[in-house]
Design a protein around this ligand. Structure first.
Ligand code: ADE
Length: 277
């Protein structure tokens, strides 16, 4: 996979040299190019922003540097043999970045990122490149960062670990929290390793039992416990068929019941105390 990032803060992307992504680069599984947007400015001050049409606070990133930068980065990539680019535009106004989208992006051969600062990039830039390639405007969460660079790091790490051979153990993705295709979308429960006792705290007996069936059941129950606590929305929208009898027992212990009323809205489960109000 090839990655290009155009930014006014190339040094912000230094973490791409480290750890999983850094190793994938060193092994040749990833080719990364980080490009300084200011290389495509031609005035003395290397201006990349201007005041917004229509007024309002803040500044807007200008069309010309982005257009010239993207044209050159794309041309150089094609020349180096890359193909099938997609533009990834981090923005708080984008669609939510999810594991499903990470999987989709990991199947593309070439990602070009355009992290913005200020109030964002003049809309015409995205509109222009959308005529040439798929564009993904993505938000990494419901908060506003000072710029898109941190989002590029987030997306890159989520995507890179899915590339064949990068994680070592292909099985590792299967149990990922949010892994698409799993029936119920549950958060992963707690994990433990040696020593068996630490500051007086032991390991749940069942994990030492060697009984695979009971261990799997315990893990499933812990996943249900954690998901109901931290992400009740994920439980609510899980189709009843995704839970077996033991799951239902656990859900009932945790205070959840089927919600025939909510089914029309895609809400299959409700907290029991929500009914009695
Ligand atoms: N830029 C600023 N905030 C962002 C967010 N939440 N996601 C992606 N890019 C951003």
């Amino acid at each position: 996979m090839r990655l290009d990032v155009v930014t006014i803060f190339p040094e912000y992307l230094e973490p791409l040299n480290v750890s999983l992504v850094g190793k994938a680069r060193a092994r040749g599984q990833l080719q990364v190019g980080v490009h300084d947007l200011r290389n495509w400015t031609y005035d003395r001050h290397h201006t990349v922003d201007d005041t917004p049409y229509g007024g309002g606070p803040g500044m807007v990133m200008k069309t010309e540097p982005w257009g010239d930068a993207l044209d050159e980065v794309l041309a150089d990539g094609y020349e180096a043999g890359a193909h099938g680019p997609v533009l990834v535009v981090p923005t708080p106004s984008g669609r939510p970045f999810t594991q499903e989208l990470a999987v989709e992006l990991s199947e593309r051969p070439w990602l070009v990122f355009t992290p913005a600062r200020y109030e964002g990039i003049d809309r015409r830039v995205v509109d222009e490149y959308a005529t040439r390639m798929p564009v993904y405007e993505v938000s990494i969460g419901d908060y506003v960062l000072a710029g898109g660079e941190a989002a590029v790091l987030v997306v890159t790490e989520a995507v890179a670990r899915l590339l064949p051979g990068v994680l070592g153990n292909a099985e590792s993705h299967r149990d990922d929290s949010f892994a698409p295709g799993t029936m119920a979308n549950l958060l992963e429960g707690p994990v433990h390793t040696k020593p068996p006792v630490w500051r007086g705290r032991g390991i749940p007996e069942v994990l030492l039992s060697g009984h695979h069936g009971r261990i799997a059941r315990w893990r499933r129950d812990e996943a249900l416990r954690r998901t109901t606590a931290h992400r009740p929305d994920l439980i609510g929208r899980t189709a009843p068929a995704a839970f077996d009898k033991k799951d239902r027992e656990m859900l009932s212990i945790l205070g959840w019941a089927p919600d025939p009323e909510g089914e029309r809205y895609g809400r299959f489960w409700r907290r029991v105390e929500d009914v009695e109000e």
